[in-house]
Design a protein around this ligand. Structure first.
Ligand code: ATP
Ligand code: MG
Length: 302
């Protein structure tokens, strides 16, 4: 049963979609596209998928329309952590078996997600015409979302680098472990070799406390600036929290099962920070998912 607030919300969401479609006119008015953010890490298993899902929920609660694209080709993480099995994946869209809407699965709190499956690797096999058709299909995501969060596997492979370089922004997750920090730095270095102006926002996950996180963010920013001429943007931290582990076992997002947990509080804090100020995720004209996919395919073919 939907309560009053949810119904109102849905009506407003539908209006937004209609508005966006109405804006898509032949007179050349610039439409607002989704911001495409790649979530990655140097080392694997640092908490990317948990961060992505719970941040998506927090942003959604602040009124953002959020879509998660699961681009972890090895293991489909997002659906497991949500406890939802999607009917179709990106592959079905690529081969015109299903349209984008059919491949979008509803998650909690109005978030949507799409499983990449093996579709990401198949992208490079499309010829020019097929690719253009796909790009046009997937551009519907720009109208349905304000933010697209792409959950990737650990970051030092070529394919993940392509996702990183093609995105409007990168959220880099690290833990306080020296190995994780070292690999995060290695990733920043790889990015800096390709584009010194890439926006990388760093999150420390599993931190013991705020001070530990602050210290890591500071030190990482200083070395990146000094040795790589890269400016990093500290995004915040998520504490080490038993609630996360419990929620994973329940296949539920921790911010829903344990909304009062310290981890959930920090995720909310991060989502608020993202919505504030100039570095926010709402007020910029982006090239959207269309531009992203074109850049991605170019990078993967390079
Ligand atoms: N803040 C946290 N507090 C406690 N445990 C955590 C926290 N974040 C993550 N974990 C633990 O780490 C595990 C891995 O998290 P997650 O699957 O989100 O990592 P990942 O970076 O997406 O991994 P992969 O690189 O394999 O995709 C979780 O199952 C959980 O047990
Ligand atoms: Mg993952």
């Amino acid at each position: 049963m939907m309560d009053q607030a949810q119904k109102l919300r849905q009506i407003i969401d539908n209006l937004k979609v209609r508005d966006a479609v109405a804006l898509d006119n032949p007179v050349g008015v610039k439409e607002k596209n989704a911001k495409v953010i790649t979530v990655t890490s140097g080392k694997g298993g640092v908490g990317k998928t948990n961060f992505t899902i719970n941040l998506a929920i927090a942003l959604s609660e602040l009124g953002q329309r959020v879509t998660i694209l699961d681009a972890d080709f090895g293991l489909a993480n997002v659906d497991i952590l949500l406890g939802i099995v999607p009917k179709y994946t990106l592959v079905d869209v690529l081969y015109n078996r299903r349209n984008i809407l059919e491949a979008l699965t509803d998650g909690p709190k109005n978030i949507k997600f799409m499983s990449g499956g093996s579709g990401v690797e198949e992208l490079v096999k499309l010829d020019g015409t097929q690719l253009e058709k796909f790009v046009n299909n997937i551009s519907l995501l720009d109208k349905l979302s304000d933010v697209i969060l792409i959950d990737t596997g650990a970051g030092l492979s070529d394919s993940v680098m392509s996702f990183v370089m093609a995105a409007d922004e990168v959220f880099l997750v690290t833990t306080p472990e020296p190995t994780s920090i070292t690999d995060a730095y290695a990733l920043i270095k790889m990015v800096s070799n390709r584009d010194n102006n890439k926006i990388i926002k760093v999150v420390v996950n599993r931190a013991e406390n705020a001070n530990e996180a602050k210290d890591i963010l500071n030190r990482l920013s200083i070395v990146a600036e000094k040795f790589l001429a890269m400016k990093l943007y500290p995004l915040g931290f998520v504490p080490q929290d038993e609630s996360v582990i419990k929620a994973v076992k329940m296949q539920q997002p921790f911010s829903l099962s344990f909304p009062k947990s310290d981890a959930a509080k920090q995720i909310k804090e991060i989502s608020r920070r993202l919505m504030e100020g100039n570095a926010d995720i709402t007020n910029r004209q982006e090239s959207g998912i269309k531009g992203f996919v074109r850049r991605l395919v170019n990078l993967m073919n390079a």
